[in-house]
Design a protein around this ligand. Sequence first.
Ligand code: AMP
Length: 437
Amino acid sequence: MTFETLGLSAEILRSVNEQGYETPTPVQQQSIPVVLAGHDILAGAQTGTGKTAGFTLPMLQLMQQKHPERKRSHAVRALVLTPTRELAAQVGESISTYGKYLSLKSTVVFGGVGIHPQIDKLRRGIDILVATPGRLLDLHQQGAVDLSKVEFFVLDEADRMLDMGFIHDIRKVLKMLPAQRQNLLFSATFSEEIKRLASGILKSPVMVEVAKNEASHQVTQVVHPVGASKKRALLSHLIRQGEWQQVLVFTKTKHGANRLCKQLGEDGIQGAAIHGNKSQTARTAALADFKSGKIRVLVATDIAARGLDIDQLPHVINYELPHVAEDYVHRIGRTGRAGNRGEAMSLVSPDEDKLLRGIERLIGQDIPKVEVPGFEFTAEDFFDKPKEDRPPRSGRPHQRHDSKSPRKPSAGGHAKRAGAAHASGGKPAGGHRRGRS
Ligand code: AMP
């Protein structure tokens, strides 16, 4: 199958060709004709499958066909909601790329940066708005955005939206939309909650499902068993020995990400951390430095990494396993994207055994365990507890950011505490969601 056979217009095909895409991915093959035919869709697809083009290409085409020239109205015609700033920026970039030869205007709005430039842009008239929920509601409250004429509503990574506690914000946004519209909902997983949400939004949707682990087909997975306190040395060793130039490393907490970055620096390996406590400017700069090769390592938490799209990222390292098994699939989906090969390694200490079993159950396979020479597993490693992930005393103000998480220091029970912090590290408490959007 080719993009030409999907019924896409010459302008869209031109930008697709410029991207060097030869064949549509499975999610694109299924969703593009359905969206072009005007149906709502419920798509089971995760990042790395090409889903963004799957909804963007047909949507752009329909919008262009309907009103090729902008009318004087300032109302938004298409709204794409995403859970994170990075994903919003990524989707916005894709819309600009794929819509290069069309006359549609798009913009991206999210929190953490000044609201006034966003208000100015909206006032000048925008066809397609990509937004995180918190900032969108703020803009609406200030009368800066009119959603009453939305023709297309896209809910991207709906499962993550719910995980991040955005359900009430989504419901508020839905009330601002007209009843007549085309809806496209993407989710990597389908819980009962997602199904309920979908049934309230979609009208006679066509189901589009790509195989659960499609994204990870191209990814070689391996577990390196190692004592908790040897992880940092093992990571430096792997990076040096493999002469890796671009490595995305996942930690479970923001403080852990900062600490690891500092330690790698001490080992002569340049890196930057990206997480919810970093300003948007710092996050954007870190990502740009990583993409351009200025730094070799990007250390990220799950929330911050969601939506990162780095072309041909060869290595993903799970420095610590995620508390939620699905996050493992999202993490390794950062590599092996769109036809490229990738390598996902997990440094797993004995205290993470249960998490590893949960992941293997989810993906339906045993991940090969390979000891690294010089870092062989010893009996002492069983008693090697991970350090508690708490900011140093001087870092107190940051700690308050996660005040709902059970991270308060207490005497004893360190390993257990680290586990509890882990649980909160990957997911923001509901009350903080605005700050992160
Ligand atoms: P997504 O799942 O939308 O985040 O896309 C993952 C990556 O696949 C992005 O880097 C896209 O540029 C790339 N991509 C999307 N569609 C194709 C295609 N048909 N062929 C090759 N790469 C693609």
